[in-house]
Ligand binder design. Structure first.
Ligand SMILES: Nc1nc2c(ncn2[C@@H]2O[C@H](COP(=O)(O)OP(=O)(O)O)[C@@H](O)[C@H]2O)c(=O)[nH]1
Ligand SMILES: *[C@@H]1O[C@H](CO)[C@@H](O)[C@H](O)[C@H]1NC(C)=O
Ligand SMILES: *[C@@H]1O[C@H](CO)[C@@H](O)[C@H](O)[C@H]1NC(C)=O
Ligand SMILES: *[C@@H]1O[C@H](CO)[C@@H](O)[C@H](O)[C@H]1NC(C)=O
Ligand SMILES: *[C@@H]1O[C@H](CO)[C@@H](O)[C@H](O)[C@H]1NC(C)=O
Ligand SMILES: *[C@@H]1O[C@H](CO)[C@@H](O)[C@H](O)[C@H]1NC(C)=O
Ligand SMILES: *[C@@H]1O[C@H](CO)[C@@H](O)[C@H](O)[C@H]1NC(C)=O
Ligand SMILES: *[C@@H]1O[C@H](CO)[C@@H](O)[C@H](O)[C@H]1NC(C)=O
Ligand SMILES: [Mg+2]
Length: 449
């Protein structure tokens, strides 16, 4: 079996859920990466400009109205709370949701909890804050003041509890089938590395809300496209790169090499094969391949393999291969991962512009690109390449899947396997009323695997 030659790609894992390399955490400000291809912002083709414009078409009009109303309300209340006057003395402290992202995790683990927290605040009519996202405004546009630090002092005597506390505690019965407005606690903390709010979409109390506000159930997409809009300086780099390099049909590939646990391997050849399969379908269009990876060497191997496969199968020069230029082996100054903060955002956003995605099982980076995207509700879900045991057994057995196509672009919820295994029957039943429950559950190892 040829595939055995991928044996050398076995790599060590530290904590496989998310975190690769432990490095010293600091609050150093980010620096822009040097994207050489994109330094000059000359836009060459009018049609690509239009294509990029089309990406910004609003897909969730009802949600956007809800978002804008929330921003207005939030700003008014914050004004009153922070400007002491006799009017504000009479004001009861509003109940809040406080999202607590861990800055030392990657984006896939950091942003899902922020989106979940905001979703809860809309549904429960609480105010939304983020606790501890350093330099948020350097990376994103900020429509309203959500820094918990500026308001926290008012809540020093308030009651608080965790709705989610990573893998240690999750109130799934409340999320999947309770009425969250009955919750009397002033502060509800949302501390999670997972898309752990997915069960709220199954909650019978909120079914009408979702049917009306986000009827296509691309919930992450609807929320993130409003709450997490990239800082203009970063989004300009994304747009320039796309305008200069992206063609009619774009296939994005995320190769997460350094994460497979238990001596499993991710055959590069399998990524290449999915691309070849997609190229058959894309005949007679000019195709761009956009490649991202978690390390420089992996990126090079994948680009070389793609070049080799494409050139040996046709002399079709209409397929172009690009990647951005983050130094993936550089130590990230903020998180446990490698590469830079801005470089990672640019890669995610470029992947999110792709018409098709080929991503890696168990890596939330690719799922984030699929979901945090204007294309989330239009395209099919990403193709997911599976790590396999480095043995003939895994290449021959019927129950070993090498690649599969996801049914939606929503992120993965790795805790769903825990939920189904440990929660009471009613909660499991409620969770499974969501037509997407299989998607949420199938895309990741269980957290204690
Ligand atoms: N620039 C860049 N960074 C990456 C890439 N893949 C992984 N990383 C870095 O590694 C982190 C991985 O963490 P996360 O997004 O949680 O994904 P996961 O750990 O694979 O589930 C990212 O946030 C990036 O900092 C990539 O393709 N490009
Ligand atoms: C960018 O474009 C300007 C004007 O066209 C040119 O003068 C400059 O040399 C270019 N810079 C780079 C880095 O190519
Ligand atoms: C590109 O679009 C602009 C504005 O829509 C237009 O003025 C210009 O003529 C177009 N250029 C070409 C080459 O089509
Ligand atoms: C509110 O403030 C105004 C002016 O500062 C003052 O005249 C008034 O007595 C105050 N009312 C109360 C109820 O404290
Ligand atoms: C909290 O309670 C203490 C003691 O009762 C009181 O002195 C303090 O002003 C209160 N803080 C706030 C923000 O209400
Ligand atoms: C939830 O409970 C509140 C009272 O705590 C009630 O006003 C509201 O109608 C309930 N919401 C739903 C969706 O059942
Ligand atoms: C692909 O691009 C080339 C060069 O820009 C162009 O001549 C050709 O018509 C394009 N093909 C299709 C199918 O759009
Ligand atoms: C591609 O082009 C090369 C050189 O022009 C030729 O030798 C080769 O047979 C071509 N391959 C295919 C698949 O057409
Ligand atoms: Mg991670």
């Amino acid at each position: 079996m040829q595939h055995i030659k991928y044996m050398p790609y076995v790599l060590c894992i530290c904590i496989f859920f998310s975190l690769t390399f432990l490095s010293i955490i600091s609050n150093e400000a980010y620096h822009f990466i040097n994207l050489k291809d994109t330094e000059n912002t000359t836009i060459t083709k009018n049609d690509t400009v239009n294509a990029v414009k089309e990406h910004t078409t609003i897909r969730h009009l009802e949600f956007d109205k809800v978002f804008n109303k929330y921003v207005e309300k939030h700003n008014k209340i914050i004004d009153k709370l922070l400007k002491p006057s006799n009017e504000s003395n009479l004001l009861e402290l509003p109940k809040v949701i406080v999202a607590q992202p861990d800055m030392n995790t990657g984006y896939g683990n950091r942003l899902v909890g922020v989106v979940c927290g905001f979703l809860y605040s809309l549904i429960t009519d609480r105010l939304f804050f983020i606790d501890g996202y350093s330099n948020f405004e350097n990376y994103y546009e900020k429509d309203f003041e959500h820094d918990w630090k500026i308001i926290e002092y008012l809540y020093q005597n308030s009651s608080s509890r965790y709705l989610h506390d990573n893998n240690d505690y999750n109130d799934f019965p409340l999320v999947a089938r309770g009425n969250l407005s009955d919750e009397k606690t002033d502060i509800l903390y949302v501390h999670t590395w997972d898309y752990s709010c997915a069960p709220i979409m199954s909650n019978p109390h909120y079914k009408n809300w979702f049917d009306k506000i986000i009827p296509d159930y691309n919930v992450f997409s609807a929320v993130s496209l409003k709450l997490l809009r990239l800082h203009p300086q970063i989004s300009q780099k994304v747009e320039t790169f796309a305008n200069n390099n992206f063609n009619d049909h774009i296939i994005g590939i995320h190769y997460r090499e350094k994460k497979s646990p238990h001596d499993m391997v991710i055959p590069i050849e399998h990524y290449v094969n999915v691309v070849r399969m997609l190229l058959v379908e894309a005949q007679n269009t000019n195709v761009t391949l956009f490649v991202a990876a978690d390390n420089n060497n992996g990126l090079k191997k994948l680009v070389d393999s793609l070049h080799e496969a494409i050139n040996s199968n046709s002399n079709d020069s209409s397929v172009k291969i690009f990647h951005s230029q983050d130094d993936l082996d550089a130590k990230n100054s903020v998180s446990w991962n490698t590469g830079t903060e801005v470089g990672a955002l640019i890669d995610i956003k470029l992947l999110s512009l792709c018409d098709d995605l080929v991503i890696t099982y168990g890596s939330s980076f690719g799922f984030l690109a699929a979901a945090w995207s204007e294309k989330a509700s239009r395209r099919r879900g990403p193709f997911i390449v599976m790590p396999i045991k480095n043995s003939i057994e895994d290449l021959l057995a019927a129950d070993k899947v090498w690649v599969w196509g996801a049914s939606t672009s929503e992120p993965c919820m790795y805790l769903s396997k825990w939920l189904m295994n440990n929660e009471d029957k009613e909660t499991v039943k409620a969770f499974k009323t969501n037509p997407l429950w299989m998607h949420y559950s199938q895309c990741h190892w269980p957290h204690n695997y």
